[in-house]
Write a protein that binds this ligand. Sequence first.
Ligand code: NAD
Length: 486
Amino acid sequence: MAGLEMEDLKFHNIINNTLRSSPTTHTVTNPRTESALWPCPIASPADFEDAVSSANRAFKTWKLTTLSERQTLLTKLASHLESHLSLLSQILALESGKSLLLSELDVRGAIAQCLHYADPTNALSDHIQFEDSSVKIIATHVPLGVVAAICPWNFPLILSNLKVVSSLVTGNRVIVKPSPFTPYAVLKWIELVAAEEILPLGVLQVLNGGADLGQQMTLHPGIAKVSFTGTIAVGKAVMAACAKTLKKVTLELAGNDACIVCADADLPKAVKSVAGGAFFNAGQVCVATKRVYVHESVYEEFARRLVEEVRGSYTVVEDASVPSVFGPVSNKVQFETVKRIVEDCKRGGYEIVTGGEVRESGKEEEKKGFWLEPTIVKGPPEDSMLVREEQFGPILPVLSWSDEDDVISRSNLANAGLGASVYSSDLAQAERIARRLDAGSVWINQAERPHMGAYFSGFKDSGFGGEMGKQGLLSYSYTQSIHFAK
Ligand code: NAD
């Protein structure tokens, strides 16, 4: 790639380690500048069939590899990613609108994922399930087959690579479908792996496409499992389609994470942490802090400090090379969703204490991109759109509470339960609250940041099954019980 200019880059689907173009392409809009990026080939049904056949052919040999052989390959993937960090980060920045700093974090996160499962202590191993004088029963883990990884756009590499490393370490083959909003870095990454022939033919492939391709993946009898990350509505459709061929399914879906700030919280620290939880990547994080409940005794002070923090640290910076963890909304569709929520707050007369300005392109030639200033809304009604719906953007409601039972019942939603956070100097109180929250992960005195060592899953409509940690690998395997008579 040395000497190649960014505008000269070409993108291909990768099938059986070969580059495949397509007569049909689509072009993504850079969300920071609204300029058009590269033509991107859309995989045809025939491309998809070829990828499934290639993946199934690979089964005979790949399923016989040992765990340690596969872990060695994960280490190679990590160093390959490291050597292409600059190229991949630049592509990511252009397609997602992230700063180069945030894009590098996306690549570094993917490297860390490879290394995590390359460590023998983090992978599944055989164990004795039961033993007495008459029998010994071993549990062993067997790959499922071909995994389809259907991915969203907010962390293009981390979220697809998680499905890749989970599939590979457990002995599966995987076909990745990145989001059509952010296909480029994932296509390029898998092309680079194919060019070096790091993995056998058919073990890791990538196809660009939208809902049509996703649907084909959910229906094809040659696919054993779908690992899906995205919205609740599409997740339900995925599960219904997968039922037709009884595929294994993992759904990682939307959340609407509550954050509870207690009266005794360390306010300066909590404010910094909540600001990061809400506005990192402009709020486009599945476990972003999406609703903040602050004890009434510190509510006004917390809100004042939060506004100061956000105005100082989360500003609109147009130049992607300036290190910043704030950026534009990543695509036009999501921008429209966020704008609807801002409009609803304005229509309802809610108290917008900072931000609220949507930048409309076209009004002034130099103002382009899908930008909303970081926005904080004080005390919107509990049944407002901003509190009830996932905003997935840089707008945050801050509400007050006085009674512990009441704030817990307001935090627990009927239809979502991905993450939550609690801030208190009294760890017993924080833990008591955490244990009563309906959320797959709860963070105490820190913003919501998933950890590769911990199982990550959603309660209620936020998911089905989960990923990460050793437990996450179980969803990529059959557990076979071998009974030895004594
Ligand atoms: P989306 O549901 O619109 O799309 C996700 C993927 O599904 C895309 O690749 C899309 O092309 C594909 N798809 C669309 N229709 C399909 C169909 N009928 N069958 C199969 N595939 C189909 O979601 P999005 O807008 O890309 O992602 C944002 C959402 O993802 C947010 O709600 C966010 O909270 C959620 N998310 C969740 C997690 C998590 O781990 N729980 C992580 C990141 C994002």
